[in-house]
Design a protein around this ligand. Structure first.
Ligand SMILES: NC(=O)c1ccc[n+]([C@@H]2O[C@H](COP(=O)([O-])OP(=O)(O)OC[C@H]3O[C@@H](n4cnc5c(N)ncnc54)[C@H](O)[C@@H]3O)[C@@H](O)[C@H]2O)c1
Length: 433
């Protein structure tokens, strides 16, 4: 099938789409294409995940279980661990993880695994699109040679593009279909193909001149967040020393109608993206002789926040006359951000470990995480009952989940260390970060 025939097939929604990796990114994407009228295969090598989706037990706040059930019943969406189904796909979209091997080194083994599988099922006339966040050059320098090993040529026999996923899990205001998509193909005809495809599910597709420009776009966005979150955390530390309320300052700065975007202090950055993605860029830039001071400094600054918060907790306990050697601390919220069930790289985990290390009695409450079995932690979420709150020498509000009864905490707690400015410091027992 030539490029024109494939474009026509996509345009008429007769193209069959396979999404590899049904995680936070792949599942909402696969569902969006199926809802738009395409036949979609959702493929994942994790059979347990496949079974959960099939049986309506998947947890992903961004897709409705009802939608999935309807699409599965209509057979427009099939989920499977059988990657041989790639044979049937005209469009193959890769949404696999891109973690770090070590602090400053990317781990592209998941991409490699997925591409090697595709290679076994690559036939002329297919388009392969990578959505996983990665360093500039991955699509052209790393994936292309792997796919061409079988003898087919990119741009002639098959097509290859990069299109970064920009979702913000849990953000109801900006679902996957409302976020403009960036596409960059290895050539102009491929970019056009990818644009035609994504226009079926999103209202705006922005085409860039190359796959590496698309890869860099995503890293520019995520590095921007990392740098600004680090900066606001450093500003928070300065403000505390100078007796200034950082939260008040941010509110004031926000009144400027241009040139300022608010970021807020926290225990640091978490999730699959912001802590890791900029380090992909850091690694790649090093190969070009550039050691990015901004990225390294930002990553290192954030890593230090849990220790800083611990020292502030100790100052607070001392000031409030808590002399117990092993104070009881109740941490509220442990996920990496508000209203998601995702613990990946949550800075609260590092903070809980620190609390344990200094022998504090630590308990936590999180409506999304009934059990915490991660790193060196093995804990159960306590019920947010008046007695539990009263028992704590300090309650630390670490993540501002909507579902939490903050009025109860305010009523019952002896001391509150409010890392999220939930209470806006309106009470003597509340201490702001
Ligand atoms: N989670 C986010 O908020 C977010 C946002 C934008 C971009 N991204 C990027 O998207 C990519 C995917 O992230 P995610 O959060 O969806 O990851 P995830 O861990 O939630 O899901 C990835 C899935 O891929 C599967 N998988 C891995 N290798 C496979 C293979 N060879 N064949 C079949 N299945 C395979 C895994 O079993 C897993 O279910 C990453 O590069 C990430 O940086 C994530």
């Amino acid at each position: 099938m030539d490029v024109k025939a494939l474009k026509k097939k996509i345009d008429q929604k007769k193209a069959c789409i396979a999404v590899i990796g049904l995680g936070y990114v792949g599942l909402p994407l696969a569902v969006s294409f199926a809802k738009a009228g395409f036949k979609v295969y959702g493929l994942d090598k994790n059979h347990e995940r496949v079974d959960r989706i099939r049986h309506g037990k998947n947890y992903n706040e961004d897709v409705s279980l009802k939608d999935i059930a309807i699409l599965l019943k209509k057979k427009v969406f099939e989920v499977s661990g059988n990657l041989a189904l790639l044979e049937r796909a005209d469009v193959i979209i890769i949404c696999v993880p891109t973690p770090l091997k070590s602090k400053y080194t990317p781990d592209v083994s998941y991409i490699k695994g997925a591409v090697e599988t595709i290679c076994r099922h690559l036939r002329p006339g297919k388009i392969v699109i990578l959505e996983s966040t990665t360093y500039p050059g991955t699509t052209e320098e790393f994936i292309r040679p792997l796919l061409e090993k079988g003898g087919l040529r990119v741009g002639k026999d098959f097509y290859l593009a990069f299109s970064p996923e920009r979702i913000d899990p849990g953000n109801k205001k900006h679902p996957v279909t409302k976020i403009p998509k960036i596409v960059g193909g290895l050539d102009a005809q491929t970019s056009l193909l990818a644009k035609t495809l994504y226009e079926k599910i999103v209202s705006r597709v922005h085409v860039v001149s190359s796959a590496r420009a698309a890869e860099m776009t995503k890293l520019l966005e995520n590095t921007f967040r990392l740098v600004n979150i680090s900066w606001v955390n450093e500003a928070m530390m300065m403000c505390h020393k100078m007796g200034i309320d950082i939260w008040e300052v941010i509110e004031a700065a926000k009144t400027k109608p241009f040139g300022f975007m608010p970021f807020y202090p926290s225990l640091g950055v978490g999730g699959h993206c912001i802590p890791d993605d900029p380090l992909y860029l850091y690694w790649k830039a090093k190969h070009h002789g550039i050691s990015s001071k901004f990225i390294k400094l930002s990553a290192d600054t954030n890593d230090k926040v849990p220790r800083y918060v611990l020292s502030r907790l100790h100052q607070l306990l001392k000031a409030r006359g808590v002399a117990r050697k092993k104070p009881r601390i109740l941490v509220v919220g442990v996920t990496y951000k508000k209203d998601v069930k995702d613990l990946r790289r949550s800075p609260v985990i590092a903070f809980l470990e620190l609390l344990k290390k200094v022998q504090h009695q630590v308990v936590y409450h999180d409506p999304f995480i009934p059990y915490l079995s991660i790193d060196h932690l093995d804990m159960e979420s306590v019920t947010l009952a008046p007695q539990e709150v009263r028992k704590a020498d300090c309650v630390i509000v670490a993540v501002p989940h909507t579902k939490i009864d903050y009025a109860l905490i305010l009523k019952e707690a002896q001391n509150i260390f409010d890392l999220c400015n939930i209470y806006a410091g309106k009470n003597k027992k509340v201490h702001k970060l």
